[in-house]
Design a protein around this ligand. Structure first.
Ligand SMILES: Cc1cc2nc3c(=O)[nH]c(=O)nc-3n(C[C@H](O)[C@H](O)[C@H](O)COP(=O)(O)OP(=O)(O)OC[C@H]3O[C@@H](n4cnc5c(N)ncnc54)[C@H](O)[C@@H]3O)c2cc1C
Ligand code: SF4
Length: 267
């Protein structure tokens, strides 16, 4: 997609990008409709990046963790438009960032959330930027050991994300003209996604826990706990958390959901 970059941005469902353009948080001279160029649909354990969350939620061959992560995300209208590729690349919901405070992710030298309101923020890797990654879908795909295929390379989903620092404030490691084309997952014996939220519908995860059982054990992926989707080798890793005063409750939520999720998959 040589047309991307240099002021041209790709638009899939537009549910995240359009509000960001409207609010002046992202600038674009031109938009390219990605739905014409990226694959869509489900083929065994391969998912086209243009597949909508509504399609995934409704397909019985998709593992329960991913179906449930889609079902619990956003609203039916947003799930009809929003694609899995766009979901993995959605911007942070940190309100300081969304209100254009000059914080570290906007190139400044302070994290306003750490000193201010941070109830929805991170309990891991929160020193530089305390935002909490909002994607339920990414948490499920981490547990499902997903790999991401792009127009340049293929690799583990975890490699799509990076923690920001002074040299690079991005949370995603993807070229400006690079597109996600497909996501591949490993079919588990059993899987589940549990999500704690402020409302029963249409709310981002305070904490989301996906568990998937394979021959060699249970894999865990979490949403809402770190600036990027977070993988845990075991629940013992929760002891490495560094909660902020206002996010300590998330550690208790993660422990409780983690125990329930592991029990639910028979781990
Ligand atoms: C009110 C609201 C509530 C929400 N609640 C939840 C929730 O509870 N849980 C949850 O997980 N999500 C939630 N979301 C996020 C929603 O699921 C995403 O906005 C949606 O999935 C994004 O997909 P899209 O196709 O609309 O992406 P777009 O808005 O079109 O694109 C998003 C970004 O991804 C890029 N992009 C899109 N596709 C590709 C591709 N194939 N390759 C490279 N770049 C690409 C775009 O250039 C853009 O930068 C919510 C969103 C809203 C607005
Ligand atoms: S949590 Fe991250 S996005 Fe939010 S104010 Fe801090 S640096 Fe900015």
């Amino acid at each position: 997609m040589g047309a991307l970059g240099n002021g041209t941005r790709g638009l899939a469902g537009g549910t995240d990008l359009v509000p960001l353009l409207r609010d002046g948080l992202v600038a674009a001279d031109r938009l390219v409709d990605l739905r014409r160029v990226i694959p869509s649909g489900i083929d065994g354990t391969a998912i086209g990046a243009g597949t909508t969350l509504a399609e995934l939620e409704a397909d019985p061959q998709i593992p329960d963790a991913l179906r449930e992560a889609c079902r619990l995300a956003a609203s039916p209208q947003l799930r009809n438009m929003g694609t899995i590729g766009g979901n993995l690349l959605q911007a942070t919901r940190c309100w300081y960032w969304r209100l254009n405070y000059p914080c570290r992710l906007h190139g400044g030298d302070v994290c306003h959330a750490r000193e201010g309101q941070h109830r929805e923020h991170a309990i891991f890797a929160n020193d530089y930027c305390a935002s909490a990654h909002p994607s339920d879908v990414a948490a499920a795909l981490l547990a499902l050991d997903a790999t991401v295929e792009t127009t340049r390379a293929a690799g583990p989903l975890a490699g799509l994300y990076r923690l920001p620092d002074d040299h690079d404030r991005n949370l995603v490691d993807l070229g400006a003209d690079e597109l996600i084309t497909r996501i591949h997952y490993e079919r588990p014996e059993q899987s589940v996604y549990l999500k704690a939220m402020d409302r029963k519908r249409w709310a981002f995860a305070l904490v989301g826990v996906a568990a998937a059982r394979y021959d060699d054990g249970v894999r865990l992926g979490l949403a809402g706990v770190a600036p990027i989707p977070w993988r845990l080798a075991s629940l013992d890793d929760l002891e490495q958390a560094t909660p902020l005063p206002g996010t300590a409750y998330k550690l208790e939520l993660a422990r409780a959901l983690g125990r329930r999720a592991i029990a639910a998959v028979g781990g």
